[in-house]
Design a protein around this ligand. Sequence first.
Ligand code: PLP
Length: 465
Amino acid sequence: MGDSRVPRDPLLPTHWFNILHDRPQYLTSAVSRSRLAGAVKAAGQGALLQQPLSLARQSINTADRFIPIPDEILDLYAQYRPTPLRRAVRLEEHLGANARIYYKYEGANLTGSHKLNTALAQAYYYSRAGVKHLITGTGAGQWGTALAYACQLMGLRCTIFWVRSTLRQKPIRGEMMRLFGAVVHESPSDLTEVGRRALKEDPEDIGTLAGATGEALALAAEDTESRFAVGSGENSVLLHQTVIGREAVSQMAQLGDFPDCVIACMGAGSNFGGITLPFLGAAKDSSRSVRLVAVESAACPKLTRGRYLYDLSDSLGTTPVTKIYSLGSTYVPPPVYAGGLRHHSAGPLASAMYADGSLEAMAIDQVTSFRAGMLFCETEGILPAPEAAHAVAGMIDVVSRHPRQAAPLVVLVNISGHGLLDLGAYSRFAAGEIEPVTADEDSLSLSLSALEEFNQRIAEPAEAT
Ligand SMILES: Cc1ncc(COP(=O)(O)O)c(C=O)c1O
């Protein structure tokens, strides 16, 4: 255990699980910049390419099945990990389910969600590389809060562009980010060209995560001591999140069970990958199978209604262009309360898993998810974040379809964060003021056409230079 300062629970994993070792086919390559020339107005800074080597290597490592977690990160993990894994007995009784329902709870840390698992790792690697300032875009605000706190711990400055629609829903979360020393901007902002362009087109623009990310990338490109930190989608981020699943595999084994089905909500895939990937490894090792279900927002159904094509993750066009399930980076999802599920695309790894049939997807509307969140609160004593409530709703759907006469279904659901800063949304739900919002069809068809056109253009041979 080295010279750890914080006592460590034996269940705390000392290594992250790297799925790329077992499934190197998931390592999708990015479109080269020469092919992109002319197809996208790229800033050309390659901000993600300026990651420290340690992080960049983690995203492409196919050699090591397990990657050691540095001691400094383990000491910080040990303050809140292992996180609880419990059986949801009262929920089972309420549903009359022919199932054993387990949940893993990632909300029991200061910042309130799984996002801290990668925020600590990234702040550590960047500070070791001499970076002084991390900049990011955040949707639900959970990632921004986690990064703000991690930066404070590692002595880094932190700037956050927060999607306008969500920032206005829960200003108190902004107070939390500021408490940890971060500078918080509403996105679109007039600080960057991307933001100014969006505001010029529509001064009332509600913002998107692609836009906030684009603003963060633009600001990060302005000085050499700043870098952009990414909250989800990247392989290295999913890797850091595998502490969730590695713990859960051991905790389920202690309880003498193994899940038939693991369920998590899908933003760009980090909590989904975090809980599911180690179960793929464990299933392989024990010649079992495990069903994986990703639950997305009906307002932003990138898996169930998107295309598997090359697309941008940000509206600036600086991040690598990879093959992903996407609704197109210009799609503006309606302003649902699960801001963390409003990303237009799934990350490359989750997309590759959906493409080869390793995961199933379902889209849930926000009324159904708030109802499930309230039920989980009443029966299990935990109020899930609106994103996590989608996972609960998906799990209830899976369990309710399981035949009565079959053997009980063993399901595990990840409660990726708490909803204690989302009380306003829950109150509006309780007052019957929330609508079951689905995708914006006009924005969707325009955006999908633009995505297809973009793919035709990058398929054409690049001009000789
Ligand atoms: C609590 C919570 N769960 C899930 C998500 C979805 O993101 P990801 O797919 O990266 O887990 C978010 C994103 O902000 C979140 O805050």
